[in-house]
Design a protein around this ligand. Structure first.
Ligand code: DAK
Length: 258
């Protein structure tokens, strides 16, 4: 595997999209590797958080690979689409924290990859955009769905229809980027955030993630039911007992993910 690099250290998996000559554009080989890396990570209990970034200084992911896409027939395009949607759904629903460390261009499928992650921490050099309508297509790795959920319908339409690229500060202003950092701080700040979340109760974080994700796809009443079921489930874990006992005993909780 060389289009996607996986490293692990201290409970964090680092996933690097590694096609810097093509600004880390996603071709089917890269998506296939990403699919297998995400599958591997999901099975690893010792991996508690994931940081996704792009190789090189210039780009996170500059979208789906236009060179490859330009040659697809409709059957191949449908297969490409199925693969991409599967990978992005797996990322969104991975029961672990997944941080997009957006180090440069996050365009088209790259912006959509970042949006499938839980949070987007951006370098000051990052640029976000959905340029698909320039190519005679529409955002189809979830962009028409996830972007309006993050920034609202009006701003999502403005970005998608105009294809304007926005910088990290503007992405922060509209809620697309959670934080903006100096480029050389991006990974350490992403690690800092991951470690903070990893110190919390894994079941609390996991169930909150599932509750937020599932709740956004249904009406409020169904979302609230999901939330209360998840709340009930917490009371079958050791971590809930540890968290509450630690508070009562005025000490730091030591969560065991049980
Ligand atoms: N695909 C393939 N190659 C790309 C690429 C891309 N998306 N983006 C850049 N590259 C390649 C360039 O062709 C160039 O290669 P060489 O010519 O050196 O061989 C190299 O990366 C460096 O790029 P530039 O020379 O263009 O670098 P600049 O600094 O001048 O410009 C740029 C950087 C990011 C502004 C520019 O490269 C650019 O506009 N790139 C295209 C960005 C873009 O339009 N991205 C959206 C792609 S469409 C689907 C679902 C979703 C999608 C598709 C299908 N289905 C469900 C089926 C998603 C579609 C997209 O993401």
């Amino acid at each position: 595997m060389d289009n996607v690099i996986l490293r692990e250290k201290n409970g964090i998996a680092y996933v690097t999209i590694n096609r810097p000559k093509a600004l880390n554009a996603l071709n089917s080989a890269t998506l296939t590797e990403l699919d297998s890396v995400v599958g591997e990570i999901s099975q690893k209990r010792d991996v508690k958080a994931v940081i996704v970034t792009g190789a090189g200084e210039k780009s996170f992911v500059a979208g789906a690979d236009i060179v490859e896409m330009s040659k697809l027939n409709s059957m191949e395009a449908a297969n490409f689409s199925r693969l991409a949607q599967k990978v992005f759904s797996e990322i969104e629903n991975l029961p672990k924290l997944i941080v997009a460390a957006v180090n440069g261009y996050a365009l088209g499928g790259g912006c959509e990859l970042a949006m499938a992650c839980d949070v987007r921490l951006a370098s000051k050099k990052a640029k976000f955009g959905q340029p698909e309508v320039n190519l005679g297509i529409l955002p189809s790795f979830g962009g028409t769905q996830r972007l309006p959920r993050l920034v609202g319908k009006g701003r999502a339409k403005e970005l998608i229809f105009s294809t304007d690229m926005i910088d990290a500060q503007e992405a922060y202003r509209i809620g697309l980027a959670n934080k903006v950092y100096e480029p050389d701080e991006l990974i350490s700040k992403s690690e800092e955030f991951a470690k903070k979340v990893m110190s919390k109760s894994p079941w609390g974080v996991r169930l909150a993630k599932a509750s937020i994700n599932n709740g956004l796809d249904v009406d409020l009443e169904a979302g609230l039911k999901y939330e209360s079921n998840s709340f009930g489930l917490c009371f079958s874990t050791e971590d809930q007992k540890e968290g509450m006992n630690a508070f009562l005993e005025k000490r730091k909780a030591n969560f065991k993910d049980r």
